[in-house]
Design a protein around this ligand. Sequence first.
Ligand SMILES: *Cc1c(COP(=O)(O)O)cnc(C)c1O
Length: 219
Amino acid sequence: MEIKENYTAIKNQLPAGVQLVAVSKTHPVEAIQEVYNLGQKVFGENKVQELMEKYPLLPQDIQWHLIGHLQTNKVKYIAPFIDTIQSVDSEKILSEISKEAGKSNRKIKVLLQVKIAEEESKFGLEVAEAKALFQRYLNGEFPNVEITGLMGMATFTDDEEQVKREFSILKGLFDELNTLKTLETLSMGMSDDFPAAIECGANSVRVGSAIFGRRDYSK
Ligand SMILES: *Cc1c(COP(=O)(O)O)cnc(C)c1O
């Protein structure tokens, strides 16, 4: 595996101003440390338990992003240190994050995860639900979170027109909510579709296998 070459190639493809979240799920701490040593500070994990195992073994200035579906009973474990939770897909989880952030005397940055894929996807808010939740946030609910943007995943398909159509839906919602309160982050695009996502307005991409190599779930 050539992590260094992969990482450098990805960095070189990203326009200035596009944030890279290096998705390290299933990969060992040694691989994460290697990418950290190349200058990467922002990493994404999708499972709380895996994150809790890795977190104490790695540099404390890593900004950890949670990118996978989160259960309410697990929020308390990550609330003291998580930088951003990208996968807010219900009112219930947003409310729990706000509560636990308060206990840790901090504000946690979150992204609302919106369903944009035409394929059946398990997690994510409908566009209307995301708007309603954002409005409640603007009205002062969820005081210990800061909604800094939106996250979405396109359908897993070779049809680039479809992928771009889906990304554009999220960009449209982002622009709309941005008129109500300035948002920082539009997180869309993974190893296979990040160039399309950037064309459609993403300013943050979540790239795993193109940096770390393929994931081996058999280990
Ligand atoms: C795994 C994952 C990624 C990264 O996927 P790659 O195809 O390996 O780049 C991005 N976003 C989410 C939500 C993921 O679960």
